[in-house]
Write a protein that binds this ligand. Structure first.
Ligand code: BGC
Length: 328
């Protein structure tokens, strides 16, 4: 190789090296550098919370999530939503454990009965992760606060409605979402407390709907078949009212059955307007989600003295809805 060609080769290699080196720097910067915009977003989202719902595809829990998302957006909170596919305490506890391991800054979860939940909440206390129960409280645990309905009082509202809107003997079938859910047990207790001592009210039996409309249809169908005397049904969770209406339609389409429901999902409200449901207890799930996030923010680094935050409940009767429709 001549001196000239050696020089040309060195120059070519040098140019190739320079181009590759510059390319690497530019590409590396674009890939790994945090742009000021991303940096701002990172700084702004100061907390990372989780919301654990009872069941994933459930319209009631969608409302809780909607409210929580609103508060999260307002407060720049990064909110994770997780839930079992089908309502299941073991699966909810597993998710709670996973969220504790993921070192969340706070967790919102439906209160669960049992020692496993209590132990997990204790674990979260040891790790400085505040837990707020939503919709259903677990008073026996070390949760930092509860946001939701006073479920015993809500059960009493149902009892009151039955007493004041019916006359004569009432043979009552109760449909609960899940017998092991604390809020269902409290609602049944409130209902029983209210009707106790009223000799014309007879509670015949209690069946589960597994918080599905179809489950409530089957449960009320079987109850009516087994006890044709039943002339009143009480649904204790959000999809029970519409399920009961279907069950009654199947077994005794012409019988006058008094139906009490829970929540104000669109189908329940429609059945209330048409008189198939007589009254329902309104809860405010969106408000629960919203308040739970704000409470978790307040709980960062400190406890709250007033840690029972009851959201509103009220009874809406067929007459009340119809009166409202007449005015409009
Ligand atoms: C209850 C929730 C439940 C839902 C089921 C509501 O009335 O408050 O705990 O998950 O019904 O659809």
């Amino acid at each position: 190789m001549t001196k000239d060609s050696k020089f040309t080769l060195i120059v070519i290699c040098g140019v190739i090296f320079f181009i590759s080196f510059m390319g690497m720097i530019i590409y590396g910067y674009k890939t790994f550098a945090i742009s000021p915009l991303n940096q701002k977003a990172e700084e702004a989202s100061s907390h990372h919370f989780a919301l654990i719902a009872e069941e994933n595809e459930n319209d009631y829990w969608r409302l809780v999530k909607k409210g929580a998302d609103k508060a999260a957006e307002k407060n720049h909170v990064n909110l994770e939503y997780v839930a079992p596919k089908k309502a299941d305490n073991d699966e909810m506890n597993r998710l709670l454990d996973r969220m504790i391991a993921a070192k969340m800054d706070g967790i919102i979860v439906q209160g669960i009965k049992g020692a496993r939940f209590k132990n997990l909440v204790h674990k979260s206390v040891e790790r400085d992760i505040p837990i707020v129960t939503v919709d259903t409280d677990a008073k026996a645990s070390e949760r930092k606060a509860y946001v939701g309905t006073d479920n015993i009082a809500a059960g009493k509202l149902l009892g009151e409605a039955l007493l004041s809107n019916t006359s004569g003997e009432q043979y009552v079938g109760i449909i609960t979402g899940r017998n092991e859910a604390i809020n269902q047990q409290e609602r049944v207790q409130g209902f029983r407390d209210m009707v106790e001592g009223h000799k014309r009210i007879h509670i015949i039996d209690i069946r589960e709907s597994h918080i599905t409309k179809n489950g409530a249809t089957i449960a009320s169908y079987k109850l009516l078949k087994q006890y044709p005397k039943i002339n009143a049904f009480v649904g204790m969770s959000a999809l029970d009212g519409p399920g009961i209406v279907e069950g009654v339609k199947e077994v005794a389409p012409f019988k006058n059955v008094y139906v009490l429901a829970f929540d104000t999902l669109p189908e329940t409200m429609q059945l209330l307007e048409t008189g198939k449901i007589d009254a329902t207890v309104a809860q405010y799930p969106e408000q629960m989600g919203y308040d739970a996030v704000e409470v978790l923010i307040r709980l960062q680094g400190k406890d709250m003295l007033d840690n029972l935050i009851y959201t509103k409940t009220n009874i809406i009767t067929k007459e009340g809805v119809q009166k409202k429709l007449d005015i409009q």
